[in-house]
Design a protein around this ligand. Structure first.
Ligand code: UD1
Length: 350
């Protein structure tokens, strides 16, 4: 019997890549999204890549408890990957209530429905943001979670705790309604599917580095601002662990299989999903220019409030336990990001 995985927020950037990998690994996937931060471009791309026109798609808001309950009634869901959340750090500072209500509310509804329908395997999309400005690098899963610097970051920490507590309580309560949980802490996901049919499609001015780079290269933005060149790093710009989105998507597939095949070592587990390789902003910009043969217009400006100096992952737990390792080079990933930006530009001409 094929297992069914629900992907909440499955029409978005990471969700669409995960959907492709799940289908290619032989799972049935139900995609559900309220389309608040995306259009159908990526879902259409998923159908093209997989050659599957019949992927169930449900337009719904995970903050609507009745709709979530209804979804779990309609499909026999073996695992949920929960992406449905707001993700802009700056916006979360301006609109904390909106962020807490949406990001916590939607997740609570998923857990409630999962319990009511006999239990489930739940994979939560967490972030390296939970580590804050770490004292010791690279960060391991045991590194302390520092107080979040934004409501967005706080929702990631709180949702991890909600999952941990729910897993514990439902296992203590007995066999029915038990929830197994995995939190994957992503570092900086970038790039696009090699087909260039799905990728990141930010609305308005991008907050994240790579979409800003590709939009500058294509002429949508005049100039990339590099936030700070006076950090205590080798070239003065921040260090991050940029993880290819397809590699990241594959980590979800192995994590789901681990849950479904009873291979977990604890009922709630956490894994860093990164490459283990720090790359500076300036290095990333230079690599982009070199690999794609384009010149980027950029300038150095003041630091962006809230940015940490450096963060990268210790990945041995994911490597050993999940049998997963990031495979694509930064160059390959930056080439894929550029191919995607050009694909969008071509589609917009039509
Ligand atoms: C942020 C979030 C992270 C989230 C990720 C993806 C925090 C602290 N960070 O990571 O949780 O998962 O976005 O949504 O919560 N930069 C520039 N110019 C730009 C844009 C960025 O120089 O126009 C620099 C930043 O200063 C940073 C690096 O590029 O050093 C990466 O920035 P960004 O892509 O926004 O990701 P993070 O802030 O690391």
């Amino acid at each position: 019997m094929k297992k069914t995985v629900l992907v909440s927020g499955g029409a978005g950037y990471i969700g669409s890549h995960v959907t492709v990998e799940l289908i290619e690994a032989g799972y049935d996937v139900v995609v559900a999204d309220n389309m608040s931060n995306c259009d159908m471009t990526c879902f259409e791309g998923v159908k093209k890549i997989t050659g599957r026109e019949d992927i169930p798609f449900v337009k719904m808001d995970f903050c609507d408890a009745a709709a979530v309950e209804d979804l779990f009634g309609r499909f026999k869901i073996d695992a949920v990957i929960h992406f449905a959340a707001f993700k802009a750090v700056g916006e979360s500072v301006a609109k904390p209530v909106m962020y807490y209500k949406n990001n916590l509310g939607s997740f609570l509804n998923v857990l409630e429905a999962a319990q009511a329908h006999g239990g489930c395997n739940v994979l939560f999309s967490s972030s390296a943001t939970v580590y804050g400005e770490a004292e010791k690098l690279p960060v391991t899963e045991q590194s302390p979670r520092l107080p979040a610097t934004s409501p967005y970051g706080n929702t990631k920490q709180i949702c991890e705790d909600i999952l941990r507590d729910t897993v514990k309580a439902t296992h203590a309560a007995g066999a029915t309604g038990a929830i197994n949980g995995i939190a994957l802490r992503y570092f900086n996901p970038i790039g696009a599917h090699p087909s260039a049919l799905i990728g990141e499609l930010p609305r308005g001015v991008p907050n994240n580095l790579v979409p800003f780079i590709t939009q500058t290269a294509i002429g949508k933005r005049e100039c990339l601002s590099i936030f700070g060149n006076d950090y205590p790093t080798p070239d003065g710009t921040c260090l991050r662990d940029y993880i290819d989105v397809v590699d990241l998507a594959k980590a979800h597939v192995v994590a789901v299989a681990r849950m479904l095949n009873g291979k977990m070592k604890a009922d709630y587990e956490i894994f860093n999903v990164g490459t283990g390789r720090p790359v500076s902003v300036a290095e990333l910009v230079n690599s982009f220019e070199k690999v794609n043969g384009v010149k980027l217009n950029y300038r150095f400006v003041d630091r962006r409030p809230g940015d940490v100096t450096a963060i990268w992952a210790e990945t041995s737990l994911a490597n050993e336990e999940l049998g997963w390792k990031a495979e694509r080079s930064v160059e390959q990933t930056l080439a894929s990001a550029w191919a995607w930006e050009k694909h969008i530009a071509e589609s917009n001409k039509k």
